[in-house]
Design a binder for this molecule. Sequence first.
Ligand code: ATP
Ligand code: MG
Length: 254
Amino acid sequence: MTGTMKMPYSPNSLSQTGAEVRISHLGKSFGERPVLTDFELNISPGEFIAIVGHSGCGKSTLLRLICGLEDPSEGSIELNGRPVREQISEARIMFQDNRLLPWRRVLENVGIGQRGNWEPAALEALEQVGLGARAHDWPAVLSGGQRQRVALARALVSHPKLLLLDEPLGALDALTRLDMQRLIEDVWIRQGFTAILVTHDVTEAVMLADRVIVMENGVARLVRRIDRPRPRVRGDNYLSAIEAEILSRLLSRP
Ligand SMILES: Nc1ncnc2c1ncn2[C@@H]1O[C@H](COP(=O)(O)OP(=O)(O)OP(=O)(O)O)[C@@H](O)[C@H]1O
Ligand SMILES: [Mg+2]
């Protein structure tokens, strides 16, 4: 995309910088305990995937494998046709706890791991999340929602092709959470990266995702495509029906 005009959402407009992800026969065990078994998922460039599932079903393990923080026991994960290990700089992960360094100012936190003249890019990332004016503050003086924005800026500063979000909004109050959802959708549309969001909030999943995956015992059990333009409207019958289906699937298991 060129120029500064914001393009309306369409799947094609997203395909320029997002990574294609191919996960084949993925297995992961910790000692004797299998966590993922024969997990299969192909994600198109620029697609937004949400993953929901019971606590302990392997969601975080999956994200850690996708960004190369863990090695598979079996199978493979490819980003743009190459093994994750060779593509590690293309993917960034954001966690529920913001993991900011309290002894570094906001701008320095965003620039962690960046080389050369990193400050302009860090400031630009902070501006994208609406915190340009707080660059020289300490993390301690920010609200919880603002700290998560800083963590998002840190994830965005290197223009990742794949953004992994592991319950990034779980600790936020409901209103801040809605603001952050809008912000994540907005930067995703503008930057065109591929996104994988793990969430316990089924409404959030259907509001944001192109596809929602329900994980059960380390396998993708139910996959629902959400065919609705953005920004989506809460309470829409189509979205509510998919949400109810996913919830009843989750509740039907112990
Ligand atoms: N490094 C590890 N060593 C041993 N077991 C692990 C390790 N990491 C994860 N596990 C186990 O793998 C299983 C899946 O954990 P994971 O963190 O992926 O679950 P999750 O779906 O993210 O859960 P939650 O929703 O609570 O965050 C759990 O039984 C967990 O104890
Ligand atoms: Mg987890």
